[in-house]
Design a protein around this ligand. Sequence first.
Ligand code: ADP
Ligand code: GLC
Length: 485
Amino acid sequence: MKLNILFCASEMTPFAKTGGLADVVAALPKHLAKLGHTLKVVLPRYYQIDKATLKLSLSGLSVDMGPLGPHHFAAFKKDLEGFEVYFIDYELYFGRKNLYTDENGFGYPDNDRRFIFFSKAAMELARALNFRPDILHANDWHTAAQPILLNTALRHDPFWSQTASIFTIHNLEHQGVFNPRAFEYLGIDRSHFNPFEMEALGALNLLKGAVYHADKITTVSKRYAKEIQTPEFGFGLHEHIKAHSYKLIGILNGVDYEEWNPKTDPYIAQNYDLEDLSGKRVCTTDLQKKMGLPKRSDIPLIGFVGRFARQKGIELIAQGIHEMVHLPLQFVFLGSGEKWAEKFFSDLAKKYENIAAYIGYSNPLAHQIEAGSDLFLMPSIFEPCGLNQIYSLRYGTLPIVRAVGGLDDTIENYDPQSKSGDGFKFYDATKDALVGTVRWAVDTWLHDKEGIKKMIHYAMTRRFDWDRSAKEYTKVYCDALESKI
Ligand code: ADP
Ligand code: GLC
């Protein structure tokens, strides 16, 4: 069945990115379009997306924001390979430097208005274009208002009544919890503000509402779909999610191998692949030089790329680093986020000769770390899917991960007996478990050369293609439509 899909999200590579959501929004629609579906992707037109690179699609559009009155907006457009991307232009809400936070890292106080407006505007745009979607696919809390609206105010609207909604949870930590006054912006009947639907401790919780109202919910790995039904990973919503688990499915993200491939990667010092790994050594030397690390080939180089946030296990690293630094290894950290961590990691780099850090965001350096490192550290507290560990596999850089969410689903633990696996896993979120596993990985790298060789070989042949995920999403779309009839 060929479907019309309206795909809405708050970020997309290369237009605006803070994390993996952007990579997914760039890749999944492309692969859905390849399967023959008709896609329109809708994003906010942030300040950083230059209008001159877009075409004006429609102007004079408007949505009602309840007590805030009507908001008039325009929509811009860009044609990509196989589908169109639309940008909602509303200067007052999106004409700012960052996507979600001010320069001190605090969420903008009007994020409720910004994203409820965006959610409504994207739907209004579809109507204005007369693009009647079979599927409305919303992602994370930013677009959580959409499944809510579809199943309440728009349930009997002739334009929308045949549309099924899919809501994908990329990260349950962020739920869109706001002052209950924000409920008025939705413009739906007051009776929906109750603890079964979208009220949580007196506040409005948009993600909770989407879980209630969406026809299907997906998460970005199978393991995470199970985890979010437990108190440890549910961020207060585990009972609510459990109650709706009959419509919850885990679909693992894929990787865009056009972007992440050591054979063709334009950012790395020398391309390489399985047949000839000599380029990887060149990449290591280049990375050491760039980052001011001593040129060593007798000890492993461990890379880290990620947001400096609790989720990524940075506290565990901070607790264990003073032990790990005395092992025969080098570390390179790339990240930005929590201010204490930015200072902590840059201080470490000043103090220890075998630690380097780049505080900030750099896509080329992310590629160079994937290519130049021997091991990749990802000790996440929780990880819905995680992309970096999958990129690492393709680059022959063996991941050291905590066995949670997508990390557990994608990485196979090393078994020294059979010399099988492609990474090193630990289970407890403790400093000792982390340090012990890094020690194990370093020992293996130093003394079990045959095992490491086999692991690299296996890692580099594994594939996590978007084609497979796109087919799984198609099945979910079809099931959602069926359950709607
Ligand atoms: P999350 O979405 O939770 O941040 P993922 O592993 O899914 O985690 O995706 C993170 C993405 O962001 C990857 O593409 C990674 O390379 C990129 N990334 C994160 N931090 C940085 C950084 N400081 N510089 C460059 N890329 C980064
Ligand atoms: C989120 C998750 C990450 C996932 C990404 C894309 O930001 O933290 O694990 O890979 O979304 O789905």
